[in-house]
Each structure stands twice: as C-alpha cells, then as structure tokens.
Design a protein. Structure first.
Length: 248
C-alpha cells in the first residue's frame, strides 16, 4: 500500500530535474500524476516510462488559461485533484540590482511567484470538491535568507513571496481541510551543481555543515511527506532542507 494511494497530483516543471524525481516517487507511492512542463519531448518520454498512472500536458505556468486546461484534463482523466506541487521555477541571469533588466525581473517573478498563485487559485476548487488536499510550494533557502550566491533580486524576492503566499492560503483554506506548506531546498546534486563542487568539502559543498549537497531523492522524501496523510496536522510552515546551511 502506497502513501499516496487514491491521490491525484499535479506536478509542474516535471519533465526533468527535481520535478521528474518527485513524479517518479509519487507514482511509486500510488498516486495518479499529471506532469506538466514546456519540454514536450522529455515529458512524453517520461510518462511512457511511468505508465498508465501518469499523464503529460504542455503547460506554460505563467498563463492562467493553461492552468484551467490542466485542471480540467486532470479531472477528466483521474478525478478531483488532491495534491498540487508547484515545482516550476527559474534562476534568471546573474545580475546586480542596479543593472538588472526589468523584463528579466518580470519573467522570473512570473515563473516563480505568479505561477504559484495561478496554481493555487485554479486547483483549490477541485480540492474543495474532494474534501481536502495538500499543496506544496517549492521555494528555496533564498526564500529564508538573502543567501550568498543568489543570482538576482527577483529570484530572492519571488522565493520569499512563495513562503508568504503559502502561509496566507494555509490560514484561509484550513477550514476546507486544505494544507499548504513550502519547501526550501539548499544545494541539490544536479549536474549543474556538481560541476561547481566536490564531495571532499571543496566548492559549494564546503559551505554546508554536512559537507555535501542533497541527493534529489532526499528532497522528494520531504515533498512526499507533506503531500501524504503522514503530515495531516502540518500546514502553513516552511520546511528547510539544506544540510544546515542557513543555521550558520
């Protein structure tokens, strides 16, 4: 018996990276998962591997109309949505605030912040019909502190906004049995990050008290916990997974 048996989940940015890891874990735990992304080729390949409990949809998370289409297709395929993982996000260019391009600022905020608003707004009515649900908003340690190395003002601002929106919606929809939490990963072992460090304590890993980056599966364990009924009395909270980085 899986921890997500009977759950219907939408995971954004799920064609690759952390979103793919979350999707695979959710499928293994019994969920029916709608994976969304703009990378159609990779998304279609992934659901072919995951089987009948996975559906891929092209999805620009900055477009409210796309969100409405995703919810409708999820309900048509599997029933009312009970889990939303707002995972899609971008870094944007490395830039000082004084030199940061206005259009780039708006693009980062649209993907990292506005999309989470659109997602919650669109999916909450489905969760209300189901009698409750769980929303997990992926933020960052840059949503807890203005971490050294953050690429730009918009990235930090949007990740802080995710944290605040999470708390507001958790309070507002708690009476509907809808739980909302944010996850704040530190340095995750992706190909891009691995190129900048080594596991002997050098580079980025040397900044972390545990002297290593997180495996993607470790973050998925936390996202799974917040999505399933094991966390039935946890809502409105930020959950930091950074190896002690922000404790310093």
């Amino acid at each position: 018996m899986g921890k997500l048996d009977g759950k219907v989940a939408i995971i954004t940015g799920a064609a690759q990276g952390m979103g793919e890891t979350h999707a695979r874990r959710f499928i293994n735990e019994g969920a029916k998962v709608v994976l969304t992304d703009v990378n159609d080729d990779r998304g279609k390949q992934l659901v072919a591997d995951l089987g009948d409990n996975a559906l891929f949809l092209h999805h620009d998370v900055t477009e409210p109309a796309d969100w409405r289409h995703v919810r409708q297709e999820a309900e048509r395929a599997y029933g009312a949505v009970t889990v939303l993982v707002n995972n899609a996000g971008i870094l944007g260019p490395i830039s000082s605030t004084a030199e940061f391009d206005e259009d780039e600022y708006l693009k980062v905020c649209a993907v990292n912040q506005h999309s989470q608003f659109y997602g919650m707004k669109t999916v909450i009515p489905s969760m209300q019909k189901a009698g409750g649900g769980a929303i997990v908003n992926i933020s960052s340690t840059a949503g807890m502190v203005s971490i050294v190395g953050a690429p730009n003002l918009a990235y930090v601002g949007s990740k802080f906004a995710s944290r605040g929106m999470t708390k507001h919606v958790a309070v507002q929809y708690g009476p509907d049995n809808i739980r909302v939490n944010s996850v704040h990963p530190g340095y995750i072992k992706t190909p891009m990050m691995e190129a900048a460090t080594d596991e002997d304590g050098g580079g980025i890993a040397g900044q972390v008290p545990l002297r290593r980056m997180s495996d993607p599966e470790e973050v998925s364990n936390l996202v799974l916990f917040l999505a399933c009924d094991d966390s039935s009395y946890i809502s409105g909270m930020e959950h930091v997974i950074d190896g002690g980085l922000t404790a310093q």
